[in-house]
Design a protein around this ligand. Sequence first.
Ligand SMILES: *Cc1c(COP(=O)(O)O)cnc(C)c1O
Length: 229
Amino acid sequence: MVKANLNRIKERIARVCSKINREVESITIVAVAKNRTAEQIKEAVEAGISDIGENRVQEALVKFDELRVISYELRLKWHMVGHLQSNKVKDAVKLFDLIHSVDSLKLAEEIDKQAKKIDKIQDVLIEINASGEAFKYGFKPQEAIEVVKDMASLKNLSIKGLMTVAPIVDNPEKTKPYFRMLREIRDRINEHQVSSIKHQVLSMGMSDDFEAAIEEGADIVRLGRAIFE
Ligand SMILES: *Cc1c(COP(=O)(O)O)cnc(C)c1O
């Protein structure tokens, strides 16, 4: 089932990419495996997935342990996509290749501190609350540039781009303004060389809205239900 789902997703991505003139290979699919088993992750990996997303550190550690061998052999990448609590940062920096959910300066400082202890430069994305919904984590869009500047002094942190979660809407077309907003912020960061990283990437788009996100410039889509259900 996972294999068939993934084939369908890839066809849909290919269709969008040809419409906007982008290479299919430039889009990374992160298989978001929260609440799924290690066995299900293995199935996704056998179907060609190499990026695994989790939203809880504890849960990720257990599954990583079960998949340790194939993870090393196949060089799987582990992505933290959920809100990260400060007391979990120590474990998170040991496990994750990319943390998508940096949503406060305090968290960034803690990641920097813990990464330094293990001599790692931790790749991160800055989470932006594009829709402004009160229950959502993330910086305000208008704060983004300052935030990137503030974090530039953290030597064990490498800002690779931005992440957002679009609001739930009845028609995926309606998510586009939020995705567009993220792209515009990214373009400003690139233009003004606020960060030393030249090409900042965009992590946006989930099962219900990944095509809209790709049309607006997503580099990473985070898919759970579309792959596993
Ligand atoms: C669960 C989750 C996803 C995947 O959601 P689906 O709708 O199942 O594709 C993506 N991003 C984040 C931050 C999530 O928590």
